[in-house]
Ligand binder design. Sequence first.
Ligand SMILES: CC(C)(COP(=O)(O)OP(=O)(O)OC[C@H]1O[C@@H](n2cnc3c(N)ncnc32)[C@H](O)[C@@H]1OP(=O)(O)O)[C@@H](O)C(=O)NCCC(=O)NCCS
Length: 300
Amino acid sequence: MGSVRWAFRCGSWTPSRSEWLFAARCIQREEKDRIGQFVFAKDAKSAMAGRLLLRRFVCERMGIPWSEIRLERSPKGKPYLAAPLKINSCPEPLAWSFNVSHQGDYAVLAAEQGMQVGVDVMKTTMPGSSSVPEFFRIMTRQFTAHEWSAIQSADSEHQQLAAFYRHWALKESFIKAIGTGLGFNLQRAEFHLTSDPLTQERALNQTRMQLDEEEEEDWIFEESLLDADHHVAVALGPEDKPGSTPLRPSLPPPTTFTLLSFSDLIASASPLTQEDPAYWDSFEKKAEAPQRQSETHTSH
Ligand SMILES: CC(C)(COP(=O)(O)OP(=O)(O)OC[C@H]1O[C@@H](n2cnc3c(N)ncnc32)[C@H](O)[C@@H]1OP(=O)(O)O)[C@@H](O)C(=O)NCCC(=O)NCCS
């Protein structure tokens, strides 16, 4: 079974004019238009990286020429491959599932064959305008009593925040795997972590989930750190179709994310549309991020 974990550090990407215009030519027109509407450059860059990661994956791992890839979104927004439906002549290959996330300084993609996948990256940041206890109070309903006890048992405020974002990434990865988006009662999925610390060197997969208070044996959660501040969680579950094979207990050990450069992102790209110089003019005028966000630092 195939497995792909890629990350791109969009936070330190300062695209040149030619890079930005080329990237814009290599994504579908409606996505280019959507990205063009972001007020801040940070959001435009991370969404662009997300689209390039998706297309690179479909092209390089599914073997579909860049120009033939047609990505659409489910009614709740989850991207899927709409065309081409038939991939070369392989007899019924295991279907790939893929998902992207972009937050903090990274855009990430996780893809898996024969399972549905959701991914979420979260940066540990100090709450902008409130204290940590006040921030947790506002967020009370997002986690269960068991999860709050795990979050608040960490020693320092920074470690509590890291535990908070670790739980958050886990919940989001599950919501994104099933594709429901907003509207899912987050208290239904409760996470039980082991005491093993997360590191950049290896991914953990011991975390268990209870859904509606029942242990979900078929779901696996891979967790790792991209750097000291970025948690990433990958949810892997049974395919959402009748007769799908349940997870095999002999899954390969989880792998960490491979960091790609911009050249990697566009290595197999081919332009879909004409160059649009105005797209650069508009991008160049955007502020990087809202003032408060650019000043928010994590304190260790
Ligand atoms: C899209 C959603 C599922 C996740 O949003 P997010 O965490 O802000 O964003 P991420 O960066 O992780 O992911 C965004 C990407 O996920 C993909 N996506 C969009 N809708 C999706 C869905 N319903 N399911 C899975 N993936 C989706 C898209 O590729 C999107 O990027 P793009 O729009 O630039 O192409 C959001 O609608 C949502 O429901 N969030 C839950 C909010 C919440 O209450 N969280 C609390 C957790 S404790």
